[in-house]
Design a binder for this molecule. Sequence first.
Ligand code: ADP
Length: 319
Amino acid sequence: MKRIGVLTSGGDSPGMNAAIRAVVRKAIFHNLEVYGIYYGYAGLISGDIKKLEIGSVGDIIHRGGTMLYTARCEEFKTLEGQKKGIEQLKKFGIEALVVIGGDGSFQGAKKLTEHGFPTIGVPGTIDNDIPGTDFTIGFDTALNTVIDAVDKIRDTATSHERTYVIEVMGRDAGDIALWAGLADGAESILIPEDDFSMDDIIDRLEKGHKRGKKHSIIVVAEGCGSGVEIGKTIEERTKLDTRVTVLGHIQRGGSPTASDRVLASRLGAYAVELLLDGEAGKMVGIEKNQLVSHDIDEALSRKHTIDLNMYKLSKELSI
Ligand code: ADP
């Protein structure tokens, strides 16, 4: 193998740049040439492909977003789109590909391998929702962004004796809500993996208020419904001054944390190692702080699960 490609796809996440850097440098270290495919699978189909050198990935390890840009591409979900992509790869003499992205992007990587094109997936998403890895690239940074925001909101919540509902990202996965809620000592954490009881939330708030709590924080994953509606219900039922903050895309950006940079560097380099070993159709991950790989197919057939012990702990500590 002489030449590999790398692309980022789907939602961006902080640390993707560090992963691109690791892929490029590890590959060059092993005397491979690396081509960057811009705008994900859309750029793969259109041939937006350029050679990357050691210096092309300089000064990006600390930057959020992705220097290769990203896109969502419906055409790549079709056989025709996938064939066009493979034709472009062949045209550029690219023999294997690293795809950095979320589970949707991994589906594309799986298709390429099925068509005989060796592809390895690197999990990059803030949602931490990919089975086969304890952590995804970007989760730690997003979590720290949420914590920083909630700490600031907490100051004003205390000063005004308010209840704050904070809506965080996570349509199908409650990881950001759970970890942020635990790290921030939230009264209640609402995650899509569990049915929440409004009576329980109200009960906790009222108990806290009676024992003289000056503020309350409720963290809601977006998959649980609108934070605004939940806030309204809480205010109507408790008569406590309640405000809602929807954190939104602030959670996707920013300089990656040390943890995400290290994770991205390890996973990106490991993906290249697997390609050099002749592997294909795998995703890389980290389990118990050890690098692991799984068949993408097998990993995606599993359902991402939340750490129920942590969820239980969050309830025990917020009495
Ligand atoms: P993420 O990778 O962050 O989960 P998406 O789910 O939007 O983001 O997927 C990113 C892209 O991956 C899609 O726009 C599409 O190009 C490609 N993709 C998603 N699902 C498939 C599929 N079943 N087959 C081929 N490509 C897919």
